[in-house]
Design a protein around this ligand. Structure first.
Ligand SMILES: *Cc1c(COP(=O)(O)O)cnc(C)c1O
Length: 364
């Protein structure tokens, strides 16, 4: 089956990863410590921000960032409905209410102009999601946030190293959140995440929240009600080992996308557009196609593992409908029955990409 193959990516790094494991075993510093701090410094530097605070997952990064910014009960947070459900559940877990925004039909990213019409006196923040490795119009989002005194949060869980007019994701809002789930563009060998920000006080609060509410060096002083949402040192060691390869992997994802654009029958399948001003890192290569479920089945029978991100928009998920009732977001709803993610993993060969494109030409 042609699809994503993490095994192939890690095969070339086996010696380095085993070395990282051995060092962790010898150091016995399994939670926090120098290994974690070394990765945090490298990640902050990569994103072009002052502070990175590692967490146990992308979801905990989102929730802790929102809580550290004082978002909770009685507040509304604007979120695109076309995203992984964790963007929404993080908001709900703080006690705030997600207010869904529809997406642009070409990029399937949040329609910032329309989001502006959903602002009320309760709105505190807007979350833009750089979905599929693409970048939202962060210039427009920042103007909107500034005009209304809102916090801007980048959910960059799919956009490690994606850039907007030459600058990488991370520094455009008050805070940005990353996931290092194994399948992301930079993935750990387990769950991990990070919050990045130029705001030192915010970073300090997230550090306390992820570690039982402890601030600074005093082990027995709990300033806040926190939890256990730290990154394991061993994951930090693996991530530090993999980070130097991220740009090369992203370049390879872009080559694969360019090959698809050259080979696919563009009269029958419509690729999601790279936003103008953005350098997409193709976490997914997504096309829109009629009769999607049949196309997907036929591709599967020809050895192509195509997926759907995401088949049900967040506002239609049972947990959301139960809490917030039904909503209508027509662009995202129409797209959800047409979108199909073709294999796009740095380990794919040109010939595998050609095979996928040929299979698409045959079945569409
Ligand atoms: C993966 C992802 C998350 C959640 O990250 P986890 O590490 O799985 O908790 C949040 N938002 C988006 C857009 C994601 O793709």
């Amino acid at each position: 089956m042609i699809g994503s193959d993490l095994g192939l990516i890690h095969a070339g790094l086996k010696g380095d990863l085993l070395g990282a494991f051995e060092a962790a075993l010898q150091g016995s510093d399994f939670v926090g410590g120098a290994t974690v701090e070394r990765f945090e410094a490298a990640w902050a530097d990569y994103c072009g921000v002052a502070h990175a605070v590692s967490t146990s997952s992308g979801t905990s990064a989102l929730e802790l960032a929102l809580r550290a910014l004082g978002i909770g009960e009685g507040h509304e947070v604007l979120v695109p409905t076309n995203t992984f459900f964790a963007t929404v559940s993080a908001v709900v877990r703080t006690g705030a209410t997600p207010v869904y925004c529809d997406v642009d039909a070409r990029t399937l990213l949040v329609n910032v102009e329309q989001a502006g019409t959903r602002i009320t006196h309760r709105t505190r923040a807007i979350i833009v999601v750089h979905l599929y490795g693409n970048m939202c119009d962060v210039t427009a989002a920042r103007s909107l946030a500034d005009a209304h005194g809102l916090i801007l949060l980048e959910d960059a869980a799919q956009a490690h190293g994606a850039s907007w007019h030459g600058q990488r994701s991370g520094p455009f809002g008050h805070v940005a959140c990353y996931s290092f789930y194994p399948g992301k563009n930079l993935g750990a060998l387990g769950d991990a995440g990070a919050v990045v920000s130029d705001d030192a006080a915010l970073a300090q609060t997230v550090r306390a929240l992820r570690d039982h509410g402890r601030c600074g060096a005093a082990r027995d002083v709990h300033d806040l009600i926190g939890s256990t949402e730290r990154m394991d040192a061993i994951q930090a060691a693996f991530l530090y080992t993999k980070l130097p390869y991220l740009d090369g992997w992203n370049d390879r994802r872009r080559e694969i996308a360019a090959l698809y654009l050259a080979l696919l029958p563009l009269d029958r399948v419509k690729p999601v557009a790279e936003a103008s001003g953005a350098r997409c890192v193709y976490h997914q290569f997504v096309v829109q196609v009629g009769d999607r479920d049949t196309v997907r089945e036929r591709l599967r029978s020809r050895g192509v593992d195509a997926r759907i991100h995401y088949p049900v928009p967040c506002h239609r998920q049972p947990a959301s409908v139960r809490l917030f009732g039904p909503a209508s977001l027509p662009v995202a709803e129409a797209a959800s029955s047409r979108i199909l993610s073709l294999p796009c993993c740095p380990s794919l060969s040109d010939s595998a990409v050609e095979q996928v494109a040929e299979a698409v030409r045959d079945v569409c």
